[in-house]
Design a protein around this ligand. Structure first.
Ligand code: FAD
Ligand code: NAP
Length: 340
């Protein structure tokens, strides 16, 4: 049966900012054969297709001229195990948090700190998603991806993905060339709890546990996240809008002359990560409301759509924040969200 290709489809329900931009060409694929068929179709060969997962890391500033493909590949399988690890393969269209819950239910350890991150499994390697001291590179084994023009399927190991802080080869050198089909994770049989980060331990203490479990860590992360971060179903957003900048110690010391309380997370002897949200808050942007959109009042790193904002308005707000941070701190923030 031929796959349905639709025209002028509103993407409002397909991006967590809730921006009402349209896709000129739109289709859904549920298996690799459907994907291959679509990628051979004239509607998809004339321009580079845009692969859409959960739409939680994009800002649509205009209608999308590129043909859109919505990934609905499903299935999670335990493909192998050895003395220390489970090897679990997830199709790219699985919802990330459902995958995390599946791992917790089956006692596959390693992704509990990454609970409640929105989006799909397929997008998780794109920016090497991370939270509370864990990144997917820590549990990554390999992924399979389909080359959009050459129509081949290739397996990538961790080195080939070239993961960095909210980065991978798929966001840089190989941008827009591959459709990630599945990701295989290497998960621990014996959990190594990572609770030293942020308020996790404090939250666990409140839970008065008899025994530490990955389920408890996941619940602690869920509790913290729901107390600070806006639920995209209620308030449009795409999580952290900017990356935390890594700067030289010289820059750190310069900022500290005026802001001695600056939080600093050392990277090496010459550089350190500083929280973008803290800089934005100090600059007075936290809770800034421009009617339809603004800066979240509980977490300054998150820009929000109160209702009816255009992507262009949110982009312009991000530019104003960026410009102000350069002038106040001499630090250039980089957008984490993919702008389209
Ligand atoms: P989309 O937004 O659909 O796509 C993002 C990019 O990846 C696009 O360029 C798209 O073309 C590409 N892409 C998507 N799927 C594929 C595929 N199968 N093959 C090839 N390319 C693809 N991120 C973190 O790292 N840590 C967090 O803690 C975190 N918290 C968040 C909290 C909130 C409330 C929100 C809204 C977002 C948060 N994010 C976080 C950002 C976001 O959830 C992640 O980046 C997530 O991995 C995006 O997944 P997605 O499926 O929604 O990707
Ligand atoms: P937070 O705990 O208030 O901390 C602020 C920032 O300081 C974080 O972004 C984090 O950097 C850094 N940080 C805190 N403790 C650290 C430590 N012990 N070592 C190194 N760096 C430390 O942050 P939050 O906003 O509530 O977010 C909590 C976690 O969820 C963070 O890891 C954050 O990245 C993640 N998150 C990400 C998104 C997104 O869209 N990317 C959205 C929400 C939350 P890192 O970001 O490098 O961890």
């Amino acid at each position: 049966m031929a796959i349905r290709i639709e025209n002028n489809v509103s993407l409002r329900m397909y991006n967590t900012f809730g921006i009402d931009a349209a896709a000129k060409t739109f289709a859904v694929f549920s298996d690799t054969e459907e994907l291959a068929e679509l990628l051979h179709d004239k509607a998809y060969t004339e321009d580079t297709p845009f692969i859409l997962g959960g739409g939680s890391n994009i800002l649509l500033t205009k209608d999308i001229e590129r043909p859109v493909l919505l990934n609905r590949l499903k299935g999670i399988t335990l493909v192998n195990e050895d003395e220390n690890f489970y090897y679990v393969k997830s199709a790219a269209g699985e919802v990330w948090h459902s995958f995390v819950l599946h791992c917790i239910k089956n006692e596959y350890a390693g992704v509990e700190n990454l609970s409640l991150i929105p989006g799909s499994v397929g997008a998780s390697p794109m920016q090497n998603i991370g939270a509370y001291g864990v990144e997917i590179k820590d549990v990554f084994h390999s992924l399979e991806a389909y080359h959009i023009k050459e129509h081949i399927i290739k397996e990538f190991n961790a080195t080939e993905c070239s993961f960095g802080y909210r980065e991978s080869v798929f966001k840089r050198e190989q941008k827009d060339q591959w459709v990630i089909l599945s990701v295989t994770f290497r998960l621990l049989k014996r959990a190594q709890f990572r609770t030293d980060y942020g308020a996790i331990q404090e939250e666990l203490d409140k839970m008065k546990l008899e025994k530490m479990t990955i389920k408890a860590v996941s619940q602690a992360v869920i509790n913290i996240r729901t107390s600070k971060l806006p639920d995209p179903k209620k308030l449009g957003n795409a999580g952290s809008f900017f990356k935390n900048p890594v700067v030289s110690l010289e820059v750190v010391n310069k900022i500290k002359e005026n802001y001695p309380n600056l939080p600093v997370y050392p990277i090496d002897e010459q550089s350190a990560k500083i929280p973008a949200g803290w800089l934005i808050e100090q600059a007075g942007w936290k809770g800034k409301n421009r009617g339809t959109h603004g800066v979240h009042d509980k977490q300054a790193l998150v820009l929000v759509n109160y209702g009816g904002a255009t992507g262009k308005e949110i982009f312009d707000l991000s530019t104003d924040v960026l410009t102000d941070i350069v002038s106040k701190f001499g630090v250039t923030l980089e957008r984490e969200v993919n702008i389209h």
